[in-house]
Design a protein around this ligand. Structure first.
Ligand SMILES: [Zn+2]
Length: 251
């Protein structure tokens, strides 16, 4: 019998999960065509990123509830405590060289990237768990997450590019934020029972941290550049777009 590496289940899980990481980079593409970024665009960008993140947070919570409600809630509590502590730690340091790393000015950008990366761990686990169910179901979930990652890459770029990060770097950091997906999918696929148990905790943790970030950082920043009415409009439009998008990919 011939050994075909590409058709091994573990390899398939890895390839599909790697695809989800690559598609995140697609979210940065609009910024290759936008040449000058005005302060009001920065405000609207932050508002749109907030809407995308809020919608994503509540779908993480919903997904967590399907497996374990209290586990999701305790994850959220842990997420918000961790993000507050991380923020306090970061504000006390003057030696964080953000500009060299991401090409933008604000320290909070690192935290934003950190949160997006952490939430990918949880999503990588759900990809792996889905593949352990059946291969067909795994492929379905991997494609759904790959598509859902495009607006998340857009959210990352909306935050980073107006601050001075180049579109190319935004592509890279978007993909980077999703690298935990292929990495976590494999152990979750192999040890599904263990990972499934803690999945709601991870989903809740990501949601708690994301919601905090929206109101503690993104919205106040948007308010510096843009009228509250416009921010309300852009947040709502982004939530609406993300929700419509999720309905479309669930068919
Ligand atoms: Zn996500």
């Amino acid at each position: 019998m011939e050994f075909d590496l590409l058709n091994e289940p573990v390899m398939q899980v890895f390839l599909y999960a790697a695809l989800t990481a690559v598609t995140t980079g697609l979210g940065a593409i609009p910024f290759f065509f936008i040449k000058d970024i005005s302060p009001s665009l920065l405000g609207k960008s932050n508002a749109a990123a907030s809407g995308l993140m809020l919608a994503a947070s509540f779908s993480l919570i919903w997904e967590g509830y399907n497996v374990g409600e209290w586990m999701t809630i305790s994850g959220m509590l842990t997420g918000v405590v961790l993000v507050v502590l991380a923020n306090r730690w970061m504000e006390g340091r003057s030696d964080v060289k953000v500009t060299d790393l991401v090409g933008g000015k604000r320290k909070q950008m690192l935290m934003f990237l950190g949160i997006m990366t952490v939430h990918s761990f949880a999503e990588g686990v759900s990809v792996g768990v889905s593949f352990a169910n059946t291969m067909e179901f795994g492929i379905f979930i991997a494609i759904a997450i790959a598509v859902h990652n495009i607006p998340e890459g857009l959210a990352i770029s909306l935050v980073m590019v107006p601050q001075g990060t180049s579109p190319l770097k935004a592509v890279w950091w978007s993909i980077f934020s999703s690298l935990p997906q292929p990495l976590m999918a494999i152990p979750a696929f192999l040890f599904v029972e263990v990972f499934k148990q803690y999945l709601p905790f991870g989903l809740g943790l990501a949601a708690g941290a994301m919601i905090w970030m929206v109101f503690a950082d993104l919205i106040p920043q948007a308010l510096e550049k843009c009228e509250p009415k416009k921010i309300g409009l852009w947040v709502t439009l982004a939530i609406l777009a993300m929700s419509a998008f999720q309905i479309l990919i669930s068919y």
